[in-house]
Write a protein that binds this ligand. Structure first.
Ligand code: ADP
Length: 262
């Protein structure tokens, strides 16, 4: 049921004849549409906090001028909104970087196990404040593979952060490391599993799209930009790896990625 777009060119040929060329430009049209949607989304996402900031500036100038308590409250909201814009811009830059590097293969070797340990340590305070225990099991280190350390750390941080943010009600996040063969050779699989409420299957295929959220209000409330999983997908692709998302309503979700060892 997808529309197909053609570009038709007519060239005169021998008397009474013409040559018609049909060029399939469906993909180019779709790319153009995606680009327009993306620009519209970014503009909307930036405008929302900006509108709030402008509104509070107005209020601070007027009604709240002589009310220190109100002023502090408004400044705290303004700080949160500015932080949101800052995160969004950071994620946009990161996404554009990993998208443009997609065809470049990482040449350095990193220890995946050490990166997991590091990411877990970074997120420990967030997990603790949410009352979530994070545990790593499975294959011991070192687990060397070709990769970009910062980018793989970003994948881990985004997945663990999501598991704490959206699945944290279950009280625990389990990271399991195992070996799994990829079509072109040996690989290492990392599963990040939460015991939260899970995700309805209809949403799963779209989760890695930019700005796709199951619950926009909840995501924004938790400081989400809607770009985390899009970044994860591009980084894993760049490493010639794979992603899998499994979820069961009421039982939790497991986000898995597999990276080639060679
Ligand atoms: P966000 O910044 O909104 O967290 P992501 O791209 O990281 O953006 O995730 C997209 C959406 O996927 C989230 O808004 C959330 O609805 C859903 N999601 C991601 N991880 C989980 C999880 N572990 N459990 C339930 N839902 C999740």
């Amino acid at each position: 049921s997808q529309d197909i777009a053609y570009r038709v060119t007519v060239a005169p040929a021998a008397e009474g004849h013409a040559i018609l060329t049909f060029e399939d430009v469906t993909e180019a049209e779709q790319m153009g549409q995606m680009r327009r949607d993306f620009v519209a989304n970014v503009s909307h996402e930036l405008r929302t906090p900006l509108t709030a900031l402008l509104g509070f500036i107005e209020t601070l100038r007027g009604a709240a001028r002589d009310d220190p308590a109100a002023r502090d409250r408004f400044l705290a909201i303004m700080e949160r909104e500015a932080g949101r814009m800052n995160r969004l811009i950071g994620d946009l830059l990161q996404l554009s970087r990993v998208e443009s590097e997609e065809r470049i293969r990482p040449t350095e070797r990193v220890d995946l196990h050490a990166l997991i340990t590091g990411a877990v340590a970074t997120l420990r305070p967030l997990a603790e404040s949410a009352g979530v225990v994070v545990e790593v099991t499975g294959e011991p280190g070192p687990l060397p593979l070709p990769g970009d350390a910062d980018q793989i750390t970003q994948v881990l941080v985004n997945l663990i952060e999501n598991a704490v943010k959206y699945g944290g009600a279950g009280g625990r996040v389990d990271i399991h490391i195992a070996r799994e063969a990829l079509p072109r050779g040996p690989g290492i699989r990392v599963e990040v599993a939460d015991q939260g409420e899970g995700i309805d299957p209809i949403h799963i295929p779209r989760l890695t799209e930019r700005f796709y959220r199951v619950d926009g209000h909840r995501s924004r409330e938790k400081g989400g930009t809607g770009l985390g999983l899009a970044i994860v997908k591009h980084i894993v692709q760049r490493h010639r790896g794979r992603i899998r998302i499994d979820s069961e309503r009421g039982k939790g979700s497991t986000f898995t990625f597999i990276l080639p060892e060679t």
